[in-house]
Design a protein around this ligand. Structure first.
Ligand code: F6R
Length: 245
C-alpha cells in the first residue's frame, strides 16, 4: 500500500485529484469508481479547476458510483445522483450517458443491483475506485458484519444511520430506510483503490483498518488484501496509523 500523508484537508484533496488526473490523462477512456460524502468534495473541486484550465478531458471517461438511497429521486437534494451533478458532472465535459449511479426509484431494487453489476462488468471493470471511510470502518454502505463476498446489493440502513440522516429530511417518514451499494467484492475487483481520509475523528478507524485483523467487523480492513491501494490522508487522520507501522 502506498501512503501519502498531507498537512491538511486541502492538500489531501489536491493529492487525490492528482492521482485521479494521472489516471484520466494516461487512460482517457478510464472507468472511474466514485464516492460521495464530505471527504471527496475538495478533490472534485480541484478536478473541476483543472478541467476549466484545459488540463483534463472527461469526454471518454466513464463513471460508476458506489451507492444510492432507495426511494430518492435523482433530483432529490440528498440523493447521490444530485451530489454527483452538483460536485462534478455539471461542471465538466462528461457524457451523461457515461455516468452510472444506481436508480433510487427503481421499482425492483434487487433487479437494479443485478443490472448495475452487469453495467460494471460490461464496462470491463473499474480502473480506479475512490473511497471514503466511515468511523466504524464502513466503505460504500457496507457496514460492520456485512458479508465480504457480495457485489452490488440492497442494504437496510441501521437505526443509527436513519436517525443521523433525519436532519436532512422534512419528516421521519421521508428518511430512506434502505440503500443500494456496491459490495466489498465489487470494490475489491477494481484494479486500483484510492482511499481518502481526513480528520482526527477518523484516526482510530484508519489505524484499526490497517494494523488490525482483516474482518467483516471492520469492512475497510479487507483493503489490506488488495494489491494496489493508495491511501491519501491528512496528518490528523493518519497520525495513529503512522505511529503503529
Ligand atoms: C459515499 C460512501 C460512504 C462514505 C463514508 C465517509 O459514497 O459510500 O462510505 O465514503 O461514509 O463519509 P464522509 O466522507 O462524509 O466522512
Amino acid at each position: 500500500m502506498k501512503i501519502y500523508m498531507t498537512e491538511d484537508y486541502q492538500t489531501m484533496s489536491r493529492k487525490a485529484a492528482n492521482i485521479l488526473s494521472a489516471q484520466i490523462i494516461l487512460k482517457p477512456t478510464s472507468v472511474l469508481g466514485l464516492a460521495t460524502g464530505s471527504t471527496p468534495v475538495g478533490m472534485y473541486k480541484q478536478l473541476v479547476i483543472w478541467y476549466e484550465k484545459g488540463d483534463l478531458d472527461f469526454s471518454a471517461i466513464k463513471t460508476v458510483n458506489l451507492d444510492e438511497y432507495v426511494g430518492l429521486e435523482p433530483t432529490h437534494e440528498q440523493s447521490y445522483h444530485h451530489y454527483m451533478q452538483e460536485n462534478l458532472f455539471d461542471h465538466v465535459n462528461i457524457n451523461p450517458a457515461n455516468t452510472n449511479v444506481p436508480d433510487g426509484l427503481a421499482a425492483d431494487p434487487q433487479g437494479e443491483c443485478r443490472w448495475y453489476n452487469e453495467v460494471i462488468h460490461r464496462l470491463g471493470g473499474i480502473d480506479i475506485q475512490v473511497l471514503g471511510m466511515g468511523h466504524n470502518g464502513h466503505i460504500g454502505f457496507n457496514e460492520p458484519g456485512n458479508a465480504f463476498e457480495l457485489e452490488t446489493h440492497v442494504v437496510d440502513l441501521s437505526e443509527r444511520t436513519i436517525q443521523a440522516n433525519a436532519r436532512f429530511f422534512d419528516s421521519m417518514d421521508d428518511v430512506p430506510r434502505q440503500a443500494m451499494t456496491m459490495g466489498i467484492k465489487s470494490i475489491m475487483m477494481a484494479k486500483k483503490i484510492l482511499l481518502m481520509v481526513s480528520g482526527e475523528d477518523k484516526a482510530d478507524a484508519v489505524n484499526r483498518a490497517f494494523t488490525g485483523p482483516v474482518t467483516p467487523q471492520m469492512p475497510a480492513s479487507i483493503l489490506q488484501l488488495h494489491p494496489y491501494v493508495t491511501l491519501v490522508g491528512d496528518r490528523a487522520a493518519l497520525s495513529r496509523l503512522m505511529e503503529n507501522r
